[in-house]
Design a protein around this ligand. Structure first.
Ligand code: AMP
Ligand code: GLY
Length: 420
């Protein structure tokens, strides 16, 4: 089987790493890939959003395509591949709206009684601002569309909320993604991420995980795509899991079926464990990044078998197994990320990682014999361990070997949040 993975970040490296262990895959491609992925897959220099080129390449080279990032899913790459007769893993464009439009996602939750923060939607600046004055702070302002995990402001005072409305609706900091804003009740409680495999009928949650979204140690600074993640989360008890299955996961799968847009792929539930029970913070239509990195290192079952079962709508036939223990991923980023940062710095020290450690590349490129930084998030040092403490210690030991100019990482990844 010839398989093409679309994307070029840490998540795609982890997916390629897991797929490269499948005896069923004879040839693995990744487009565009990156400096690390090129060691295990043949990289094709095609922009992940270029649907025409991707379909053209897949027709010539692949029997099965895994569309991993949010943008091509939102643009309908899976639909285009299917129309060209190519089997593709990932939700169709309509189902991917659970991520690509927060307004749509909130509407689904409201219609099907799935617990989430109370909200209102605005495209008019004055109306948004009066609502903020009426409700007071803390309050949350979100851009409607995709914004690389940066389109959310948890405003602790009214001024910050008013400014967020200005950047999103007036200054168009997020382009068309900010044509409307969602203003939400500010929830409290620790966060847990659940990624789940679903074929539109059956849903199988993976291990629980936790992402660290803020840029700096101590949960300070701006939101990023994620500075590290670990799994499983000690906060996600069997009781919480059962409640989430009955009140959130199954109702979401059924809602998408009832809407005539069944969701097939990986469905990401960002949850907050509030004093009033678990509530949905957000849906994503794909594996989380970096969550995919620790999760996939603990997956025992052949990932390709799972992908194929989802595409064929027979997920109920597969028994999905996980290794015992924990895994932790610490992201090494370019100094300045998620704002301005420089790239093109040489990365050294990747040899000699501790046992049970994989270094997934996010923003790297090979230049001759050297490996250089090429993005905001550069590497995800991902370690397994019998316990979370062991996994975390190993990941940090690995980090200690690696260097590049202006490198930045958090020092508290792997510590579960007490409160948020
Ligand atoms: P999102 O991109 O929607 O996941 O939001 C990014 C982060 O903002 C979340 O992980 C939360 O930490 C925070 N957040 C989003 N919505 C809320 C909310 N309604 N109440 C409190 N925090 C929130
Ligand atoms: N780590 C958060 C995300 O993938 O959206």
């Amino acid at each position: 089987m010839r398989v093409l993975v679309v994307g070029g970040g840490g998540r795609e490296h982890a997916i390629c790493w897991a797929l490269s262990k499948s005896p069923r895959i004879s040839k693995l491609y990744c487009a565009p890939g990156n400096g690390g992925i090129s060691e295990i897959a043949e990289c094709a220099n095609i922009d992940a959003k270029d649907i025409g080129e991707m379909v053209h390449f897949a027709k010539e080279n692949a029997d099965f395509v895994v569309v991993a990032p949010d943008d091509p899913l939102a643009l309908g790459m899976v639909d285009a591949l299917e129309s060209a007769g190519i089997r593709a893993f990932g939700p169709n464009k309509d189902a991917a709206r659970l991520e690509s439009s927060k307004e749509y996602a909130k509407g689904i939750m409201k219609k099907y009684d799935i617990s989430t923060a109370a909200y209102s939607v605005f495209s008019d600046v004055d109306a948004a601002k009066s609502f903020i004055h009426e409700h007071g702070a803390p309050i949350v302002v979100k851009a409607d569309g995709l914004a690389l995990g940066k389109g959310v402001v948890v405003a602790m005072d009214i001024q910050a909320a008013l400014e967020a409305v200005d950047w999103m609706l007036l200054d168009k900091r997020f382009g068309d993604s900010g044509n409307s804003v969602i203003i939400e009740e500010c929830m409290t409680g620790p966060e847990v991420t659940i990624l789940a495999f679903t074929d539109g009928k059956t849903i199988v949650p993976m291990l629980s995980s936790q992402d660290h979204k803020r840029a700096f140690t101590g949960d300070l600074g701006p939101n990023t795509g994620g500075m590290g993640a670990f799994c499983p989360s000690p906060l996600y008890t069997p009781e919480v899991a059962e409640k989430c299955m009955n009140e959130i996961f199954l109702p979401t799968v059924k809602a998408m079926q009832a809407e005539g847009t069944p969701f097939k792929g990986v469905l990401y539930f960002g949850l907050m464990l509030t004093p009033n029970g678990p509530k949905v913070v957000e849906y994503n239509a794909r594996f989380g990044d970096p969550e995919a990195q620790p999760l996939l290192t603990l997956l025992k079952t052949d990932l390709f078998d799972i992908f194929e079962a989802i595409v064929d709508e027979r997920l109920h036939e597969i028994d999905i197994e996980w290794h015992d223990g924990s895994a932790c991923c610490v992201v090494l980023a370019s100094g300045g990320y998620p704002e301005q940062y420089e790239t093109g710095f040489e990365i050294t020290g990747l040899g000699g990682m501790p046992d049970g450690t994989e270094v997934f590349h996010a923003g790297t490129v090979r230049e001759g014999d050297t490996l250089q930084t090429s993005g905001g998030r550069v590497l995800g040092v991902t370690a397994r361990g019998k316990t979370l403490d062991q996994a975390t210690a190993r990941a940090y030991e690995g980090i200690g070997h690696i260097s590049f100019k202006n490198s930045h990482h958090r020092t508290d990844i792997g510590r579960p949040q007490k409160n948020a």
